[in-house]
Write a protein that binds this ligand. Sequence first.
Ligand code: GLN
Length: 530
Amino acid sequence: MVKYVIITGGVLSSVGKGTISASTGLLLKSMGYNVTLVKIDPYLNVDAGTMNPYMHGEVYVTEDGAETDLDLGHYERFVDVIMTKYNNITAGKVYFEVIRKERAGDYLGQTVQIIPHVTNQIKEMVRAAQQYSGADVVIVEIGGTVGDIEGLPFLEAMRQLALEEEGNVVFVHVALVEYLKATGELKTKPLQHSVQELRRIGIQPNIIVARSEIPLDEETRKKIALYTNVKPEHVFSSYDVSLIYEVPLTLRAQGYDKALADKLNIEYRTPNLSKWEEFVDRVKKANKPVRIALVGKYAKLKDSYLSIKEAVIHASAYLGLKPQMEWIDSVELETDEEALKRLTTFDGIVVLPGFGARGAEGKIKAIKVARENNIPFLGICFGLQLSVVEFARNVVGLKGAHSTEIDPNTPHPVIDLLEDQKNVKEVGGTMRLGAQKIILKEGTTVHKLYGTSVIYERHRHRYEVNPKYVDLLQKHGMVISGVSEKGLVEFIELPNHRFFVATQAHPEFKSKPLAPSPLFVGFLKAAAGL
Ligand code: GLN
């Protein structure tokens, strides 16, 4: 029998529901179950690809090229499962499909309605994710907060699912419990109300995870149990921890794993988390500091580059380093000479992915600082493109060299659209997306780091290094250390530099706590002078 864990959120969004869903996945997988996770996003965008990362956080790209919610990144990092386009369902995707079916005449003259047509479509998509993965347990995280208008059809669909799959569906409700510092009290009323709202639409949660600053005391736990109609031993406390990777351990210490097995009616097996615990330990014990500057346009919102931040944490733990990441706004670097000078005090500089003109010159300045001062440098996607621009301008001497994304009239379009991309009109899902083969050049830094000649990394970009300039760049000392199957530039590096590597790909998406990205390991090693 397939089992389902439905995770809802109450009171506020951004209370770490994604981490709790991922932790649930890790615990079940560590019990030996085959797990998949589905993120439901009740917004009308078909996918996250068209959304501003400043508001929405990073767009996470899957192996199969889906542009998804950043929670899928948590799922892959915690559970080490491959996510696909089936694992992120948005309201946009659901309605798109329902309307397509209506136009195709599939509903045979019926009035097409939220119930049953939209709700059926939702269930069909959840089941499709299960079928595609062959999972024993499907964890479905419903984005947003209980009570949101957009979320209603999804909750209704899950209520129906529970009836259709009777005995095989467990509801976990994650809600904030506010800590009032003035009185030293944990306030449970908003959580009670969010559970009431759930029950009003026919869902009785089986397990409550209370998110709070400090651990729940016994009295508060009992109070929550009483008011939510859940057993006290099924009320869990997810309190603030310094490292998100500790969350599954804190939940397990309270018996969350047992409660899941009990409620799902599956055999309980002690989860084997020794490797995970070792990782958490390594992060906590690491004491050699390494200061990394991360230069980007959305630098104020760390979530915009979540996977990069995590990749730095994974690689640092592996090397026994304590990373100190500072987010630098590239727009400021354009006018603030002091900020630019301060860049030289960092052990390493990362130039982040990005789109558009704002802050691009600031990134180019940061790249110049890294190149001229022999500071370990890692350029990711846009970071590679702008490294090529910087090199073309300042080393090759091509005045005004640029990417046509920023300056369509540049005399030296070193970064440009390929012919087939020039005709693309639609914005959504039309970039070079997903995992693609990269062939690494023997003897280069990246070849040594990956230890193999053929790798696969994920992509999300539209512009490419213009093939017409490749010879010239090479003549002036730039090494093309990786190319795509079609011969497009995937990696560049500069010899005679401590570490200057940039990639057109996004290796951050594949980095995992127990399997750090070789590229990040190489960069941090150089930054720390190891
Ligand atoms: N804007 C660039 C492109 O579309 C880079 C994209 C990115 O950094 N992900 O090619």
